[in-house]
Design a protein around this ligand. Structure first.
Ligand SMILES: C[S@@+](CC[C@H](N)C(=O)[O-])C[C@H]1O[C@@H](n2cnc3c(N)ncnc32)[C@H](O)[C@@H]1O
Length: 335
């Protein structure tokens, strides 16, 4: 909640709003799951009409949309609901759709893990281990529907990052670039499109490579494996977007040391991460940090934490390039 908003309300209201804030989050997850935004086009519609299209209860949907519309998601207008820029992003057919991202955050396993956040705070261990002993990525490998939501979510959230990476970093000195844990290859495809001299390798877990098989070309090859232990491609640059934040320092060191076994010393390692700042701004990075702590074993890190982590795995952190929003490209090279 922005500090200006907090300043304008009483301390008791601050506690009421934040302690009950999960009701707002949950309404958003459910509306995204039910496809309510897909049932609304440019013409405002009543909750009853939207309920009929989505197979939901008109009164309950009306109350949920009334709450969301107070927060800029849909607009209440003359007894009907209309789209806002935020609600349009919940449509499945929006080119920068965030529907899957919202559904992914609200996946039942994530919701269940948040119910056990006290365990994390008491022990420092991921709450998800109480829900899924083998962890979230194993769960995705075994649950194709959830995996598809996750993969689409990554493509959705990456849209904002991709423009900043392609626009702010020069790939002209490289010939072969690896995207390690690159999901469906959305970032790699964009980098190759903007740099016609470049070839790329998408390295991913086997179930993700299967889903990405359609993107292979004479310039883009696919390699499946486990980045903790398997052979990695030998490239002159590596992208790792939102990978290291998923893992503890010990796990991240294993991933980076494994990469270092195959990365030539001159190769550039480009970590795309939201660096956590030592300030009191209530931004999304600090929420993401709690997601990483609760849902996986990771964390958002400071520049200094990245520097130490990379040094322990045979890389030197050299510079930070602003990639827009809260994201940075952290450029490292082998030592
Ligand atoms: C947070 S997603 C990031 C995806 C993509 N880089 C992006 O930012 O849009 C993490 C990715 O790491 C992959 N991954 C997780 N464990 C892996 C492993 N052991 N080996 C290879 N890839 C793995 C997942 O399949 C997932 O696509």
């Amino acid at each position: 909640m922005p500090t200006e908003t907090l300043a304008a309300i009483t301390p008791a209201e601050t506690l009421m709003q934040i302690s009950g804030g999960y009701s707002l989050s949950r309404c958003l997850h459910v509306v995204a799951d039910l496809g309510v935004a897909d049932a609304l086009d440019d013409q405002p519609r009543t909750a009853a009409a939207l309920a009929e299209s989505t197979g939901t209860n008109a009164d309950a949907l009306n109350r949920v949309l009334r709450l969301l519309s107070c927060h800029g998601i849909f607009e209440s207008r003359d007894g009907k609901f209309a789209h806002t820029p935020a609600s349009r992003l919940l449509r499945s057919d929006h080119p920068r759709s965030m529907r899957s991202f919202v559904r992914m955050i609200g996946l039942p396993v994530n919701w269940a893990a948040y119910g056990k956040l006290d365990h994390t705070v008491r022990t420092g261990q991921s709450a998800m281990a109480q829900v899924l002993p083998d962890g979230l990525f194993r769960y995705f490998a075994d649950h194709p529907e959830a995996s598809q939501i996750f993969n689409q979510a990554m493509m959705g959230k990456a849209q904002a990052q991709i423009a900043g990476i392609v626009g702010n970093y020069s790939f002209s000195d490289f010939n072969l670039i690896g995207d390690i844990g690159g999901g469906q290859g959305h970032l790699l495809e964009a980098v190759l499109a903007a740099n016609p001299h470049l070839r790329g390798v998408l390295f991913e877990a086997p179930h993700v490579i299967e889903q990405a098989s359609g993107i292979a070309s004479d310039r883009l090859s696919l390699q499946s494996g486990d980045f903790f232990k398997d052979a990695m491609p030998v490239c002159d640059a590596y992208l790792m977007m939102d990978i290291i934040h998923d893992w503890s320092d010990e796990e991240s060191t294993r991933i980076l040391k494994n990469l270092r076994r195959f990365a030539p010393t001159h190769a550039k390692l480009l970590l795309v991460e939201a660096v956590i700042r030592d300030d009191s701004k209530p931004n999304f990075v600090k929420i993401l940090d709690i997601h990483m702590m609760t849902l996986v074993t990771g964390r958002q890190r400071t520049w200094h934490e990245f520097e130490t982590l990379l040094a322990g795995a045979g890389f030197r952190l050299e510079r930070e390039i602003d990639a827009g929003g809260e994201f940075s490209i952290l450029e490292a090279t082998g030592v």
